[in-house]
Write a protein that binds this ligand. Structure first.
Ligand SMILES: *Cc1c(COP(=O)(O)O)cnc(C)c1O
Length: 580
């Protein structure tokens, strides 16, 4: 224990940027992430460590993880708890903090995991845990399931993350110069700061003078991640009073977080100096959603070293030394001989075919154009758009394309679960004409296999709902070409026929409304464009012009990976959000 304490004393010497996120994917076998948000948080920390930024991170332990996905022969998903043992990876710290929940004192402890970089940088991630003997059985469960339970459970988790997180950092002895809220889940931290910065004024006649909003704002950065309504937590005030109590007077809270319910996004917006969306378009969309706030944009990136497969790592090490800690080096991708690039790609593709064989018994051929689609299964991502016209797809693709799918649906997302079953139905229907596989239990490991092992990365979100998207950036790092709806990051990364291809309308046109008729017409327009480009541009190029195809692979690396990496993103957070 002594060495842990000494390390901590060393760590607390320098003021830190504290990054708060409900989910962080630090490691494939630590299942404390559900999808893009958590993987981005992990990439943020990994790049921060590479760049030796003075950062620490706070998240929840999620002792039974998000879940392990099992699929039966019809594609029906069941969720198994994903038990893991924190002590295998992390060190339990002696410090504790408490929060009040439903009037009870709830104890919180923290596990420290160090994200270590090859550059010798290191960032500690503190995983908060309420599973202590001092807590009641129900409180011991607060940090058990990621995104599980009801609204009250979620509020309790956010109390532990926001209030508990600030308190335990204080207990450990950190001085924090910025708090970065990765999504609104952590916004209660701003209430804790409000209480800590309260001005002791005697004979107060104006309550507002007590609250140092400006002081809190100067400390806070808020990144919003989705334009989807359900992505913004709202808690009715009667629930808030019952679970959290009146930690600041209700009228003050309502002024900051909304009159009708405690809106975590409003709270974060009102108490952060710097606010951003995660792609340029998403910044604009957020600005329209929240008029009256100044909303900037920092486009997401991925951690280059994490998201490059082995055969490409070797290739980059040989021809582009230094690429991992300076992805700008990708600008010289043209130094890599075409045949070496193709060889590295075929190695990754063979690896994916082997994995598919081993997991499902299906024989995929490395010589057939392979299209990949893997991400959270939820309606707006339209995983089955490719199947809108089955006869046409059969006619275009029989014997000439293969499809790889993967992704989990949230346990309560019935339409998302339905999408998985639909793809299983198509798999049967297309049996010998078009090989389709749905890989179980999508996680960071399978993600790397799939994004690097296919030829084309497909993304079909309903505009403008894809705030950024990051899996396409991972694909680009492995020379895999994007074929995607012009939404999120792809608006910035797409040059038609050069870095990849678009699907459907240009982003300058208005995004679809939530009107069902509009959505249906978007579906049919987008599907039409998808089929037409697949048949007339992508397939002929793949089978008929290898040189041009390799040129596009180069552009994916030299134009897309060059820019859409987390090192560039973190440098921008530092210069635009953290040090001002
Ligand atoms: C990158 C990643 C995602 C995000 O995929 P999008 O297509 O950007 O939604 C989700 N899940 C896992 C496991 C990932 O690695």
């Amino acid at each position: 224990m002594d060495s842990v304490i000494n390390q901590l004393i060393e760590l607390t010497k320098e003021p830190k940027i504290a990054y708060f996120s409900m989910e962080i994917g630090v490691h494939n076998d630590i299942p404390t992430y559900s999808g893009g948000l958590g993987v981005l948080a992990g990439d943020t920390i990994r790049s921060g460590a590479d760049l030796k930024l003075p950062m620490i991170a706070v998240t929840l332990l999620s002792k039974k993880g998000y879940f392990r996905q099992e699929l039966d022969e019809l594609g029906r998903q069941t969720e198994q708890p994903y038990e893991w043992e924190p002590s295998q990876y992390m060190q339990l710290l002696p410090q504790k903090a408490t929060v009040q929940i439903e009037g009870r004192e709830v104890y919180i402890q923290a596990w420290q995991y160090n994200v270590k970089s090859l550059t010798s940088g290191s960032i500690p991630v503190f995983f908060l845990d309420t599973d202590l003997a001092a807590n009641s059985p129900q409180d011991r469960e607060i940090t058990t399931y990621l995104y599980g339970g009801d609204l009250a459970y979620r509020l309790k988790q956010e109390i532990v993350l926001g209030l508990g997180g600030v308190r335990i950092l204080h207990e450990i002895g950190f001085e924090i110069k910025k708090y970065h809220m990765n999504e609104g889940h952590a916004a209660l931290l701003a209430l804790e700061l409000l209480n800590r910065l309260k001005r002791p004024i005697e004979d107060v006649w104006d309550e507002k003078l007590v609250w140092n909003k400006k002081g809190v704002k100067d400390l806070c950065v808020f990144t919003t991640h989705t334009p989807i309504e359900a992505g913004h937590d709202k808690f009715p005030y009667n629930l808030v009073l019952q679970v959290m109590g009146e930690i600041i007077p209700l009228p003050v809270l309502k002024e900051l977080a909304g009159m009708d319910s405690l809106n975590m996004t409003m709270l974060a917006l009102n108490l952060s100096r710097y606010i951003n969306g995660v792609a340029k378009k998403h910044g604009e969309v957020s600005q329209n959603m929240f008029p009256g706030y100044e909303i900037y944009a920092i486009t997401n990136g991925v951690h280059s070293y994490t998201w490059t497969c082995n055969s490409f790592k070797k290739l980059f090490d040989e021809y582009l030394p230094g690429w991992a800690n300076e992805p700008e080096v990708f600008v010289r991708v043209g130094r890599i001989p075409d045949e070496m690039l193709w060889k590295a790609h075929m190695e990754a593709k063979q690896g994916l075919c082997d994995y598919i064989k081993q997991q499902t018994g299906d024989a995929f051929s490395p010589d057939i154009l392979t299209i990949g689609f893997a991400r959270r299964m939820t309606a707006y991502k339209r995983a089955d758009l490719l199947f809108r016209d089955i006869e046409r797809l059969k006619r275009i693709g029989a014997g000439k394309i293969q499809l790889v799918y993967a992704g989990k649906a949230h346990p309560k997302d019935e339409p998302g679960k339905q999408l998985i079953q639909n793809i299983f139905r198509y798999k049967k229907e297309f049996r010998d004409r078009i090989k389709i596989v749905y890989l179980e239990n999508y996680n960071m490991d399978t993600a790397l296999k799939i994004v690097s092992g296919v030829d084309v990365w497909l993304n079909t979100p309903l505009r403008p709902l894809e705030a950024s998207g990051t899996s396409g950036m991972k694909a680009a790092h492995n020379g895999v070409v994007n074929f995607s709806v012009l939404d999120g990051w792809w608006i910035e990364g797409h040059i038609e026929g050069y870095t990849g291809w678009s699907i459907g309308a240009a982003p300058t046109e208005k995004g679809q409304s939530s009107d069902l008729a509009d959505i249906k017409s978007a579906d049919s327009r987008d599907a039409e464009d998808l089929y037409s480009k697949l048949e007339h541009i992508i397939m002929p190029l793949y089978y008929g012009d290898r040189d041009m195809w390799v040129r596009m692979m180069q552009n994916a690396i030299g134009k897309n990976a060059y820019y859409f990496n987390c090192h560039r993103m973190m440098r921008r957070y530092v210069t635009e959000a953290y040090i001002r």
